[in-house]
Write a protein that binds this ligand. Structure first.
Ligand code: SF4
Length: 346
């Protein structure tokens, strides 16, 4: 049965049969620290009888979130240290993030911004702060691309999105506008023609990057929502977080990458899990990630291969950490056999 509304409290999760009632006191403490939201579309996908359900692992809070490790950080990718004005994160010369809001349709248990998003997180940008952020972009001709993120920008009304786009559209040096969102998968019914129209900006290339971590998230409704975006001429990219017990086996990851491509979404990044507090139960090792990438290289079309990346803690940037195939005098083929390169003369 599809729920009527988003589950936002530990009690609502218990009432929906997603957690046992005896866990309520502990989970209420988790929820007080890190926001909870599971949309009807995602709750619908959860098999409550499966203790290892990969959708539940992403959204249902657990006591494991109390276990923060010393190397984990409230700001694992250095947003604060690279924020010159409220709402802007400027890490690389040619692009910046514009964080217009700090709310999301769902709250992911592994979120790298879990200390910033949700009702207790950062406040949304005020009209004055948005003016300052837009002025920051307008005054820096090196900014070629603006990545609109949050939170999740797709939970804004089409009117507010249109306003953001109209203001970016008049900045001549901004050529590319990219949105980062989970909404087309987790709340597909809200991707209306009106919302898609609000993403258009004359003279700008617009991209939408969809964050999804399991093929089950790409339901027929989610695929239809993505089709509305792509049919409007907006290319889509896929972003995935490598998560233990969710997608860290070759079959599951392959199914997700193929589901992206079938939906006309080009897999872009496979993110190694960031060092956000209380998320170690969902992180893999980099060696595990490299083994997965190696397994996919031999088995899956190049179109379905993401780049496996690590966001270096402290905001030092994202770098590929996939397996290396080339050594000084040889190269490894997708089946693991080594070949001299350049080939020896015959
Ligand atoms: S949708 Fe993105 S920003 Fe929001 S909770 Fe999930 S990972 Fe964090």
């Amino acid at each position: 049965m599809t729920l009527a509304k988003t589950l936002r409290t530990a009690k609502a999760l218990a009432d929906a049969g997603l957690v046992a009632r005896e866990r309520l006191p502990a989970l209420e403490r988790v929820a007080a620290q890190y926001a909870v939201a599971i949309t009807p579309a995602m709750a619908d996908l959860i098999d409550a009888a499966d203790p290892d359900d990969p959708i539940a692992r992403q959204f249902v809070p657990t006591e494991a979130e109390f276990q923060a490790l010393p190397e984990e950080s409230a700001d694992p990718v250095g947003d604060f240290t690279h924020s010159p004005v409220e709402g802007i994160v400027h890490r690389y010369p040619d692009r910046c993030l514009l964080k217009v809001n700090h709310a999301c349709a769902v709250y992911c248990r592994f979120c790298f911004r879990r200390e910033m998003v949700g009702p207790e997180g950062l406040r949304p940008l005020s009209p004055e702060a948005l003016d300052v952020a837009m002025a920051y972009i307008a005054e820096r001709p090196d900014i070629w691309e603006v990545i609109v993120t949050g939170g999740d920008p797709f939970i804004l009304s089409p009117r507010r999105l249109s306003d953001v786009m109209a203001r970016l559209a008049v900045i001549e040096h901004v050529k590319v506008i990219r949105f980062h969102t989970r909404v087309p998968a987790v709340e597909p019914e809200t991707v209306t023609d009106e919302l898609v129209a609000a993403l258009m900006a004359p003279g700008k290339a617009v991209y939408v990057a969809l964050h999804a971590n399991h093929a089950r998230e790409l339901t027929p409704a989610a695929r239809a929502a993505c089709a509305r975006i792509v049919d409007a001429g907006i290319p889509m990219l896929g972003q995935t977080v490598l998560l233990r017990g969710v997608n860290d086996d070759p079959e599951t990851l392959t199914a997700l990458m193929r589901a992206f491509v079938e939906t006309r979404i080009k897999p872009y990044y496979l993110h190694h899990g960031d060092l956000a507090p209380g998320t170690s139960h969902l992180r893999t090792s980099i060696e595990d990630g490299q083994a997965l990438m190696r397994a996919m290289r031999g088995a899956v079309s190049g179109l379905a291969q993401p780049t496996y990346v690590l966001d270096i803690p402290g905001g030092h940037g994202k770098v590929p950490v996939g397996p290396a195939y080339r050594s000084e005098d040889s190269v490894e083929d997708p089946a693991g056999r080594r070949h001299a390169y350049p080939p020896k003369p015959v």
